[in-house]
Design a protein around this ligand. Structure first.
Ligand code: HSE
Length: 300
């Protein structure tokens, strides 16, 4: 049996749309066991009642890509999923499924794919690399798609950094959340984001959290998505007032993540209260960045 543990991820970090993400200490576990025939999928925890348990399952589909690439056919497969990452909340649940399926299947087929191959395959299934690279490598990862090849560099998260994550009680599918983003933006807004994301990378690299307030601002996606998330603007403002260094939508939302090095309880409380005042029932977690990415174990 193969057991793969994959961290949750937060993508964009504000201005780094589709190109920067960070792994978080919240995990899904994928277990894969070859069996003599057929397929069985069991899901425990998040998504237990909603995740497909047939050929439409994303872990299974991702594993199939690896079996096909490796030219292997598996007689039968048993998959068990133990999920901590809430589904479709902007915390990388689909990436965790894809990465878990790919790594598990790669272990079962003699580890023919390198880490780089797995990053390329997972990014092509997901459509962008920003959640995939930190899910596989851990830490904070900057990644871009260079004509199908993913170029990436990892940054160690500042040691005191924590993510206070307010997770609303409703799903937001990334595709729907991307549809609100216009196909063109003014040049000044592009310049705004280029400057912020450059400052963000430098600040994270140097561990200078005082820059995050400005460096996590965005004009490419967040405002356009805010109609989908009641109270978003107020939650962002409240987190900052309570002492967050920077605060942003997590991935395509609806979760909001505040970056902080102190006042975690207060920030968590005001984010939760502000969402509730706007009719959203959130769960709030204080999470450490995960310095390591997906890990696989073979259990005989
Ligand atoms: N960069 C992506 C987006 C993250 O914002 O749509 C979602 O996976």
């Amino acid at each position: 049996m193969i057991r793969v543990q994959v961290p949750a991820t937060t993508a964009n970090l504000g201005p780094g749309f589709d190109c920067i993400g960070m792994a978080l200490e919240l995990h899904n576990v994928v277990e894969m066991t070859p069996i003599s025939r057929g397929m069985s999928i069991e899901v425990f925890g998040e998504g237990a009642s909603t995740i497909p348990k047939d050929e439409n399952n994303l872990v299974y589909q991702s594993a199939r890509h690896v079996f096909n690439q490796a030219g292997c056919s598996i007689a039968g497969l048993k998959i068990r999923l133990f999920n901590q990452i809430p589904i479709a909340r902007g915390l990388g649940s689909s990436t965790a499924a894809i990465v878990g399926g790919i790594i598990g299947a790669n272990m079962l087929t003699g580890r023919k794919l390198s880490v780089r191959d797995m990053i390329t395959l997972a990014s092509s299934i997901e459509g962008h690399p920003d959640n995939v690279t930190p899910a596989i490598l851990g830490g904070i990862v900057v990644s871009v798609n260079d004509s199908g090849e993913i170029r990436y560099l990892k940054i160690e998260p500042p040691s005191k950094l924590r993510g206070v994550v307010a997770i609303p009680d409703f799903n937001l599918v990334t595709k729907a959340s991307r549809e609100l983003i216009p196909s063109q933006i003014p040049f000044q807004d592009a310049v705004f984001n280029v400057g912020r994301v450059a400052l963000l990378v430098a600040a994270l690299h140097q561990g200078d959290l005082s820059m995050l307030s400005v460096a996590m601002e965005d004009r490419l996606h967040q405002t356009f998505r805010s109609p989908l998330i009641p109270g978003l603007k107020k939650v962002l403002a409240a987190a900052k007032l309570a002492g967050a260094r920077g605060v942003t939508l997590s991935g395509s939302g609806p979760s909001v993540i505040a970056f902080a090095d102190a006042n975690f309880e207060l920030i968590a409380r005001v984010m939760g209260d502000t969402f509730r005042q706007n009719g959203v029932m959130p769960k709030v977690l204080v999470l450490k960045p995960s310095p390591i990415g997906a890990r696989a174990l073979e259990i005989k």
